[in-house]
Design a protein around this ligand. Structure first.
Ligand SMILES: Nc1ncnc2c1ncn2[C@@H]1O[C@H](COP(=O)(O)OP(=O)(O)OP(=O)(O)O)[C@@H](O)[C@H]1O
Ligand SMILES: [Mg+2]
Length: 376
């Protein structure tokens, strides 16, 4: 069955009325950016940012109406700040930002998921995604049920690193089914939009997309959901930290001072919102020459360990700078699954074990069996 056209989608949305204004979302000019890819539809609903939480039922109604159309298997509607007259985005902070005292209480967004672990760094390009994917696949190798959520809306890299492609399916009216790779459930904006499509979303849209990727995805029962955060300490990180009941955060840094400065910012951000820091990982810690085995400490090895000590957080692992780590993760076969016996994979597996034990302790149960279900 072919997907409906934009006109047909708009006609359908004409039946959805704003709860107070009495007019349809189409008449009010709230619908924008309709994207139709195969049987997957997405669009933005422009709302007053102060009213985003109250208008959540309206967003859902739009989503359900379009999802019920013949030829549509999934529909994702994100809320975005309505444009002020003149076509510029409305000013003012997005809903949950800058006003933590008004933040909604944490909800059990993903009830079957026992722990959510964020992998973060202040600085870009330090190897968060590589660390996150090897952590997730490593924990799965240790016998846990694991998912990975790519929270990097603007530059998703998990589909490529997990070697997963295609579109997640959604049974009619149901939640989106995550993709799966090496037994790990994977969700990313990269599965929903084309790799080359420029992402020009504004703050509230990003928040909404993240919450949907958590709450509207059928994660099933997971021991841990690893979340690969985008670099920095901006909107997406704050949203995760404030709105998602994170069990803990892993901070990735390279050993140089410049990266460590940003790692400190990330530690402080999670501390401010009371998210436990599981510890710091030093990525690209040292280099072993593949020919002669000589170890060189290119970026002054050990800086992350000192930083962890100074900030009173645990030091979790040293991961070497090694071309095979790059080649395997960039090729969609991370080293923990493609060469699990290699010393590089062993470094990741040791790290995964440490994180697993820490998560187990935080949840107050046995690391492996979780006798107590903790709803997050
Ligand atoms: N330990 C390592 N050894 C060799 N290459 C690595 C290592 N860690 C990461 N890389 C490579 O460095 C590049 C950047 O890594 P990655 O994408 O994981 O960083 P990131 O922090 O997630 O970046 P961004 O901030 O853009 O999200 C990738 O090509 C990756 O393969
Ligand atoms: Mg990344």
């Amino acid at each position: 069955m072919t997907a409906p056209s934009q006109q047909e989608i708009l006609r359908r949305l004409e039946t959805i009325r704003h709860p107070e204004k009495g007019k349809s979302v189409v008449e009010l000019g709230m619908v924008s950016g309709i994207v139709i890819r195969g049987s997957n539809v997405g669009f933005a609903l422009e709302v007053d940012p102060d009213r985003a939480a109250e208008l959540e039922p309206l967003r859902r109604a739009c989503e359900e109406a379009v999802r019920a159309m013949p030829g549509v298997t999934s529909c994702t509607v994100v809320m975005t700040a309505e444009r002020a007259p003149g076509g510029r985005p409305a000013q003012g902070p997005p809903p949950s930002l800058g006003r933590p005292q008004q933040a909604e209480p944490a909800k059990p967004l993903v009830p079957g998921v026992r722990a959510i672990v964020a992998v973060a760094s202040g600085k870009g390009g330090v190897g968060k995604s590589t660390t996150a994917i090897n952590l997730a696949f490593g924990m799965a190798r240790l016998g846990w049920r694991v998912g990975i959520l790519d929270a990097d809306i603007y530059g998703p890299s998990i589909p490529r690193m997990a070697g997963a492609s295609g579109r997640p399916s959604a049974p009619r009216g149901g939640k989106l089914r995550p993709m799966e790779s090496f037994g790990v459930k994977c969700m990313s904006m990269g599965f929903l939009v084309d790799e080359d499509a420029p992402m020009i979303w504004r703050g509230p849209m990003v928040q909404s997309a993240l919450q949907q990727m958590l709450g509207d995805v059928d994660w099933g029962e997971l021991d841990t959901l690893v979340v690969d955060l985008p670099p920095g300490t901006g909107d997406a990180q704050l949203t995760m930290a404030q709105r998602v009941p994170l069990t803990g955060a892993v901070i990735v840094s390279t050993p140089q001072d410049i990266a460590l400065l940003d790692a400190r910012k990330a530690i402080n951000m999670f501390r401010k919102v009371d998210v436990p820091i599981l510890g710091v990982v030093e990525n690209m810690s040292y280099f072993c020459c593949p020919n002669c085995g000589h170890r060189s400490e290119i970026f002054a090895h050990g800086g992350a360990r000192d930083c962890a000590e100074k900030y009173g957080v645990d030091f979790l692992a040293e991961i070497p700078l090694d071309p095979v780590i790059r080649e395997t993760s960039d090729a969609g076969r991370p080293i923990v699954v493609s060469a699990p016996e290699s010393p590089q994979a062993q470094a990741y597996l040791q790290f995964a074990m440490t994180v697993r034990d820490k998560v187990g302790t935080l949840l107050g149960g046995e690391a492996r069996s979780f006798p107590r279900i903790v709803y997050l």
